[in-house]
Design a protein around this ligand. Sequence first.
Ligand SMILES: [Zn+2]
Ligand SMILES: [Zn+2]
Length: 265
Amino acid sequence: MISFCSLASGSSGNSQYIGNKTTKILLDAGLSGKYIKAGLEGIGVDPNDLDGIVITHEHSDHIKGIGVLMRRYGVPIYATEGTWKGMSEKIGKIDSEKVNLIKNDEIFQIKDIQVKAYSVAHDANDPVGYTFENGTGKIGVITDLGHYTEEILTEIRSCDLVMLEANHDVEMLQMGSYPYYLKRRILSGVGHLSNEASGEIACDIVRNGKARNILLGHLSRENNFPDLAYETVKSIMESEGIKVGNDVMLDMTYRDKIGGLYVIK
Ligand SMILES: [Zn+2]
Ligand SMILES: [Zn+2]
């Protein structure tokens, strides 16, 4: 068994739980320690039982709660060297023995869950996406990337559940109030995936992969609406002949509340 729950996802904070009876992992901790504790307890997980926090990159919406969680619960973290360099001064005093440096494309084990880190294109030091796998299921999370590659698709085609970034609607972003440099950054190859790009990936992983659940995440507050993201991705999939709700389940994660608990048996 392996389960997944998004505690929150979006530009104001990201954290996802992946685990089972014996192994409990957090993917990023970009919210307050208090929020994460409450979220975990909401799904019956004691933060004292966390076995590790794996970190995608050093942006504050992914690391805000790391220092508190490490100090309060003694949780070890896993990050690439670049990510660690980018975050080490922002998280306060921590026990350096709890820091595990990993490499891109490395597979490592946290108790009985196998974790793989793979490179993504995003404007951070050495950002990665992750897959989590045990004997029964595989989960992949790809948010915070400007574009997708064949390598990334290969990683997530074998996942049973994929959480996928649907950051913005391109038109809303272009017409919106963000300053020009920020619009350029988001739209660039190292920014964030649009709803349309998310739809393309969703089509690929249904056609060529095995996912039964696709969850949309990391929605922009300014440049997207949950309904718009959902309908855009769904209509792209349906235009490719995919029956959403039948061939695959399409769900949302939320910017400031806990999402559904998915259990793969
Ligand atoms: Zn980021
Ligand atoms: Zn982010």
